[in-house]
Design a protein around this ligand. Structure first.
Ligand code: C2E
Ligand code: CA
Ligand code: CA
Ligand code: CA
Length: 278
């Protein structure tokens, strides 16, 4: 039903054929990008709301297009998930993020990263091996890595996923539950997976300063996370006003355009107007 009295009938077959075509179109492009290293990482700061210190940076993937344009992950990550290419991307990101840390000069050895993993990442036993080997080889401290996991259909084997998370935590890495509140199983995930951070979905944050429902929901999420001994992160913090509101609600960390956009050069990614924000 579309609008008040208009009924639109969708032809589902057409939609799926179209999507299927688009998926097939992307496969060789993604393969080529992996092979030719046309993927790169950008970094966005996550800030302690109380002190304005940078806690860590989230790593976000980008693809270099044919004409030098930047292709964002919403264009190719879901396709990669459907077409069986996501595991290769996950491993690429993990290896490159750790290499990035290893290459930093020693005065930046406090810098920590949060890496997004797809829901299916934990179905492959080699993930643990790759993380462990890479950390050993580079001497990077495991405590500098957090892995962000999202509620997706791909996490169909809860037991195996939880097992894997435990093993990666045993190395010393941390975990965050991404997009919290956005899906149907948020509480189930919170109950099942041992995480250090709860990352409140941006949809509750963007209009926090004007939407009373959002602030009630955020307040409750903060209370729940706090009682479970987890830190809260708010994403999509777009204005100083919202940052202030989050701080008042007791949210621990913030991330968003108010603090800095994702940038290739991590040290450029924060507008150091942070102190005047809060
Ligand atoms: P996400 O993990 O929820 O990442 C947050 C997204 O919000 C990023 O989009 C980021 O650039 C954007 N963002 C940050 N601050 C703001 C803000 O203040 N306002 C608004 N409106 N947006 C903001 P991006 O980089 O396009 O990534 C989209 C999604 O793609 C990510 O959502 C994540 O699910 C996925 N993704 C990104 N990088 C990777 C990766 O390396 N591996 C995997 N598996 N997935 C990735
Ligand atoms: Ca994320
Ligand atoms: Ca998110
Ligand atoms: Ca998201």
């Amino acid at each position: 039903i579309n609008g008040r009295d208009k009924i639109r009938i969708y032809n589902h077959e057409d939609v799926s054929i179209k999507e299927r075509r688009r998926d097939i179109y992307w496969v060789p492009i993604i393969r080529k990008a992996l092979r030719d290293n046309d993927l790169f990482l950008v970094f966005q700061p996550v800030v302690e709301l109380n002190t304005c210190d940078i806690s860590h940076y989230e790593v976000l993937i980008r693809m270099r297009g044919d004409e030098g344009q930047t292709i964002t992950p919403d264009q190719f990550i879901p396709v990669a998930e459907r077409m069986g290419l996501i595991h290769a991307i996950d491993l690429w990101v993990v290896e490159n993020a750790i290499d990035f840390l290893a290459a930093l000069p020693s005065y930046l050895s406090h810098i920590a990263l949060a890496i997004n993993l797809s829901g299916s990442a934990f179905q492959y036993p080699d993930l643990l091996q790759v993380i462990r080997d890479k950390l050993e080889l580079t001497w990077v401290d495991a405590g500098r890595l957090t892995f962000e996991i999202t509620e997706t259909a791909a996490v169909d084997n809860f037991e195996r996923t939880r097992d894997m998370i435990h093993k990666i935590r045993d190395l010393g890495c941390k975990f965050a539950l991404d997009d919290f509140g956005a899906g149907f199983c948020s509480f189930n995930y919170l109950k099942t997976f041992p995480v250090d951070y709860v990352k409140i979905d941006g949809q509750f944050i963007r209009q926090l300063d004007i939407n009373e429902t959002d602030s009630i929901l955020v307040r409750s999420m903060v209370e729940i996370a706090g009682k479970l001994g987890k830190q809260t992160i708010a994403e999509f913090v777009e204005t100083p006003n919202i940052a202030l509101k989050l701080k008042q609600l007791g949210v621990n960390l913030g991330q968003g355009y108010a603090f800095g956009k994702p940038e290739r050069n991590l040290l450029e990614s924060h507008q150091v107007s942070l102190a005047i924000l809060l």
